[in-house]
Design a protein around this ligand. Structure first.
Ligand code: APR
Length: 180
């Protein structure tokens, strides 16, 4: 599923983000940046030790921020590591931190002259963020950024499960207004 936003586009797909042939893939990391399970583990496994070596020099990453390393052995040139919020019921600033994780990742991609970037569904695995609410925040934040940053030609949401893909597709539908 895809929508155009000016000359940029947002694409939803189901798959494994480590296979993405884009300038940068985004990693849903933890604040240590020293690896973990889920998509973090998959990216480090597929990308190799060079990514971790560079992560070790970054001094961690605050929730809502994002930092860039090489893509190592991945097809993607770069990995942008971001830290989403741990869901604690919604009253601890989780929506703002999640939006910031997407926005800072997009800013770092643009600062590093990336024209294509792929995201996983940040915080909706081990961090427990409800997928529907996370999808609304992710899609709104990416669309708002692409409207103002047409240098970023393509942003993709790469959903690992069919359920997550259909949730994101359902939430994207009402956002596709003609003036994009
Ligand atoms: N490609 C795309 N998406 C994936 C992949 C993959 N190869 N593997 C997992 N995912 C999806 C999950 O299905 C989920 O929808 O990534 C989403 C995020 O889940 P997590 O990886 O658990 O990330 P998050 O919920 O942000 O929790 C981060 O988990 O792995 C640790 O070190 C990480 O402590 C951090 C925490």
């Amino acid at each position: 599923m895809e929508i155009k936003i000016g000359k940029s586009r947002l694409l939803l797909k189901q798959g494994d983000i480590t296979q993405e042939e884009v300038d940068a893939i985004v990693n849903a990391a933890n604040s240590s940046l020293l690896g973990g399970g889920g998509v973090d583990g998959a990216i480090h496994r597929a990308g190799g030790s060079e990514i971790l070596e560079q992560c070790k020099k970054l001094g961690g990453c605050a929730p809502g921020d994002a930092k860039i390393t090489t893509g190592g052995k991945l097809k993607a040139k770069h990995v942008i590591h971001t830290v989403g919020p741990i869901w604690r019921g919604g009253g601890e600033d989780e929506p703002r931190i999640l939006a910031s994780a997407y926005r800072r990742s997009l800013e770092v991609a643009s600062e590093n002259h990336c024209s294509s970037v792929s995201f996983p569904s940040i915080s909706t695995g081990a961090y427990g963020y409800p997928v529907t609410e996370a999808a609304q925040i992710a899609l709104r934040t990416i669309i708002a950024f692409l409207r103002k940053h047409q240098e970023l030609k393509e942003a993709r949401m790469v959903l690992f499960s069919p359920e997550d893909f259909s949730t994101y597709a359902r939430e994207l539908r009402p956002m596709t207004v003609p003036d994009m």
